[in-house]
Design a protein around this ligand. Structure first.
Ligand code: F6P
Length: 367
């Protein structure tokens, strides 16, 4: 019987539990044994009780549950070959044939590296006497599959990542709450939202809440003019009768000289230039909290099922898949290409080639 493990890694995201539930139950339904690796890659390095057999009932009630019940970590040890060698040994000891990793681009980059190194890791385990040749028989190929779990919605080749819409919902609810007090005092609020190097959460939240202005890494303004440009818009809205002003700042917002645009800088401009009574709210980890919205439950479930099916139909000649959604269809993309493309986008933003960054993000780019 095939032994399939599932792991969550990196920052938690709503819907991760739903994806674990789907993987565990689909694996069991296909006659496989299901395992959960606790605490992300850290659990793979620790081995033993961190690689836990999972039953159908173990994941009952997980569909809507926020966070990740099997734990997650941003694991430094796995970035070192030594850590990956120990992880490989633990996988062989527990007879795991395949692993499904739900995480963001960093976690999936790690998975990709692990797979490409796998033959040399096995070789080292045997040549150093840690494993006997017969221990690794049948484990020659590492079968992995990526599920994209991240609130940032920053992975190329997929339209949505598990957690993105729940986080967006949390942001919109929070901005709605702030609206009441902003309106009452006729104040301006500068609201910082997460998203690392990606402005998707900020942009969609600004559209969904009718914010007055926003700053995102992908549209970096000139340091000389952003203050005036923002104030012109905010002032126009005030002159049209608005009692409150909301400016959303993505945590990765920069100007076109790559200087950070921080909420406090934006606040100072609103105070100095427009004389607005202004407050800053950093939403922080509230954005990762609460239950998964319906879209994420559905996405995580359909993708979890697809991940197990991808694992079961995988052959050594095929590239490892990443489960995506394109135009409402669940599909498989080559993991290595998706990860590389996501990295190219980050590089293009770093080198201020914003047009290139936007065109690379187009999911049509990889078929
Ligand atoms: O990648 C998800 C994310 O929530 C980002 O939006 C944010 O920058 C980061 O994780 C925060 O990381 P941590 O939980 O380690 O503080």
């Amino acid at each position: 019987r095939k032994r399939i493990a599932v792991m969550t890694s990196g920052g938690d995201a709503q819907g991760m539990n739903a994806s674990v539930r789907a993987v565990v139950r689909t694996a069991i339904d296909h006659g496989c044994e299901a395992f959960a690796v606790l605490e992300g890659y850290e659990g793979l390095i620790r081995g033993g009780e961190y690689i836990k057999p999972m039953s159908w009932d173990d994941v009952r009630g997980w569909l809507s549950l926020g966070g990740t019940a099997i734990g997650t970590a941003r694991c430094l040890g796995f970035r070192e070959r030594k850590g990956r060698l120990t992880a490989a040994h633990n996988m062989i000891k527990s007879g795991i044939d395949a692993i499904i990793i739900c995480g963001g681009d960093g976690s999936l980059t790690g998975a990709d590296l692990f797979r490409s190194e796998w033959p040399s890791l096995l070789e080292e385990l045997v040549s150093t006497g840690v494993c006997a040749a017969e221990d690794i028989a049948g484990h020659e190929n590492l079968n992995i599959c990526g599920l994209v779990g991240s609130i940032d919605n920053d992975m190329c080749t997929t339209d949505a990542t598990i957690g993105g819409y729940s986080s967006l919902q949390r942001i919109c609810e929070s901005v709605d709450y702030i609206d009441a007090t902003a309106q009452s005092h006729s104040r301006a609020f500068v609201i910082e939202v997460m998203g690392r190097h990606c402005g998707w959460l900020a942009l969609m939240a600004a559209i969904a809440t009718g914010a007055d202005y926003l700053f995102i890494p992908e549209r970096a303004p000139s340091p000389l003019s952003w203050g005036k440009e923002m104030c012109d818009v905010v002032e126009r809205h005030r002159n049209n009768g608005k009692r409150k002003s909301v400016v959303i700042v993505a945590e990765g917002a920069i100007d076109d000289q790559l200087n950070a645009i921080t909420p406090d800088m934006v606040k100072d401009v609103l105070v100095d230039k427009l004389g607005l009574d202004t407050r800053v709210t950093t939403l922080g980890h509230v954005q990762r909290g609460g239950p998964a919205v319906a879209f994420d439950r559905m996405l995580a479930t359909l993708q979890g099922v697809e991940a197990v099916e991808a694992i079961l139909s995988q052959t050594p000649d095929k590239p490892s898949p990443m489960i995506a959604i394109n135009e409402n269809k669940i599909c498989r993309k080559p993991l290595v290409d998706s990860v590389a493309l996501t990295k190219s986008v980050a590089d293009a933003i770093d080198s201020r080639d914003f047009d290139k960054a936007m065109s690379l993000r187009d999911p049509e780019f990889i078929e």
